[in-house]
Design a protein. Structure first.
Length: 178
């Protein structure tokens, strides 16, 4: 059967939707990502059960694409819907995209992003967003394929005790917010 989508499979590289059977692989790749970002192993608390519940359960919170090269896992992209109030349309947010060190330099990262762009277009999404650490050399790659740095926007995060403290103003703290 001819390959009618060259970004999905060529040069022995395959991008495919993750399945529940991939939960352990996803957790392993997330641990590799944490190591790449110089985070301690203990900072990754996600489990296979979390992946199964939130990626494949009745209320899926994310979708994941796996990248395989040479018949083994080479990377992943985890994404979910967001919403633009100004556009009045959904978008997709790429939470993580990662290529294992052994597989870098083969244009592998472009493939899951192309797939996510196709998913966004098919779903009527108006944009794909992602965040990247300031030191990450992938910034140049993202710019080459058309991502634009939103320099005027600054990311903020509420988590841990600050999240729980604010939640207590209206009642019980949110589940799992610690």
């Amino acid at each position: 059967m001819p390959n009618d989508h060259p970004d999905r499979c060529d040069q022995a590289i395959l991008v495919r939707p993750a399945t529940p059977a991939d939960a352990g692989t996803i957790v392993g790749l997330i641990r590799e990502l944490a190591s790449y970002e110089n985070e301690p192993p203990a900072s990754v608390r996600i489990s296979e059960a979390d992946v199964l519940r939130d990626g494949f359960g009745p209320k899926s919170r994310f979708e994941c694409l796996l990248v395989e090269a040479e018949g083994r896992p080479a990377g992943f992209a985890l994404f979910f819907h967001n919403y633009s109030t100004w556009e009045g349309r959904a978008g997709l947010y790429v939470e993580d995209i990662f290529v294992s060190e052994w597989a870098r330099g083969r244009n592998i990262g472009r493939r899951p992003l192309a797939e996510i762009a196709a998913i966004a277009a098919a779903r009527g999404c108006v944009r794909v967003d992602l965040s990247v650490l300031h030191w990450n050399p992938a910034r140049a790659f993202y710019e080459r394929i058309g991502f634009v740095e939103m320099a005027e926007w600054r990311p903020y995060r509420l988590h841990g005790s600050a999240l729980l403290g604010l939640a207590e103003e209206v009642g019980a703290p949110a589940e799992g917010a610690s």
